[in-house]
Unconditional design. Structure first.
Length: 220
C-alpha cells in the first residue's frame, strides 16, 4: 500500500513515501504523468542535483503578486492537530507526526517528502533570480489531490509568522509542473499548522514580479 525510500540529501534524510492506492485512485487518467513521476522517484531520483544549488526552503524573498488567503481552523489544521496528538510517541519531530498521520489516514494525501528540481534552462531569468547555474531543489512536505487539483502543502509549526513560505511553495509547484508537464492552473498551494492555514493559486504569479521583488530584497 505504501512505498517508501530514504533519500540522503544535504539537509538531512528524507523519507519519501507514496500511498499507492490513493495515488492510483485520485490521480487516475488526468494526472497519469504525476503517477509516473512519483513512482520513478522511488528508485531514480537524481541525487546529484541536491546540495549544489539553491534550495526552495532557503529562499528569502517575497512574491507580492500572490493572493494569500488565511483560513483559521481549516480542515488540514485539524489533521495536523490530530497527527501531533496521535503520533506524539511514535516520532520525535513534529513534521513526521503530521506527515505520516495524513498519509495513513487522510483520504486526499498521496505522498510525502516528494523530491523536486528545476534546471536553469527551464525558467527564464533563472540565473538572475538564483545567481546560480545549478538546479533549484526541494522536497514537498505533503502532496494531496482535492477537487481534481494537485495541492502542495508545507507544514509550518508557527504558520502565522511565516514571511517567505509562499515563495518556497510557489517554486515547489513550478518544479512539479516542469517535472510532470501538468499546467500550473491545475495546482493549488498552502502552508499550515494546527491552528492556521494559508492558501493561494500559483498560476497568478508573474516572473517579472519575481525579478522586481528580488531586486527590492537585494537593496534592503
Amino acid at each position: 500500500m505504501i512505498t517508501h525510500t530514504i533519500l540522503d540529501h544535504p539537509g538531512g534524510f528524507y523519507e519519501y513515501k507514496i500511498h499507492n492506492n490513493k495515488m492510483n485512485l485520485l490521480c487516475n487518467s488526468k494526472y497519469n504523468s504525476l503517477i509516473i513521476y512519483l513512482k520513478n522517484m522511488v528508485k531514480n531520483c537524481p541525487n546529484e542535483y541536491f546540495g549544489k544549488g539553491p534550495r526552495s526552503s532557503s529562499l528569502k524573498f517575497s512574491l507580492s503578486s500572490i493572493n494569500l488567503m488565511h483560513l483559521p481552523n481549516y480542515e488540514i489544521s485539524e489533521l495536523a492537530r490530530l497527527g501531533l496528538e496521535i503520533n506524539k510517541e511514535r516520532f520525535f519531530e513534529n513534521h513526521p507526526k503530521v506527515q505520516n498521520f495524513m498519509l495513513e489516514n487522510d483520504n486526499k494525501t498521496v505522498a510525502i517528502e516528494v523530491p523536486l528540481w528545476l534546471n536553469n534552462n527551464e525558467l527564464s531569468l533563472y540565473n538572475e533570480i538564483f545567481n546560480s547555474k545549478d538546479a533549484l531543489t526541494g522536497h514537498i512536505d505533503i502532496l494531496r489531490i482535492e477537487d481534481e487539483k494537485v495541492w502542495i502543502w508545507d507544514y509550518k509549526p508557527n504558520a502565522i509568522k511565516e514571511k517567505f513560505a509562499s515563495t518556497q511553495i510557489y517554486f515547489y509547484a513550478l518544479m512539479l509542473s516542469k517535472r510532470t508537464g501538468i499546467s500550473l492552473d491545475n495546482f493549488r498551494c498552502g502552508y499550515f499548522d494546527s491552528k492556521d492555514t494559508f492558501i493561494f493559486s500559483p498560476e497568478n504569479v508573474k516572473l517579472i514580479n519575481i525579478k522586481q521583488n528580488l531586486n527590492e530584497f537585494i537593496k534592503n
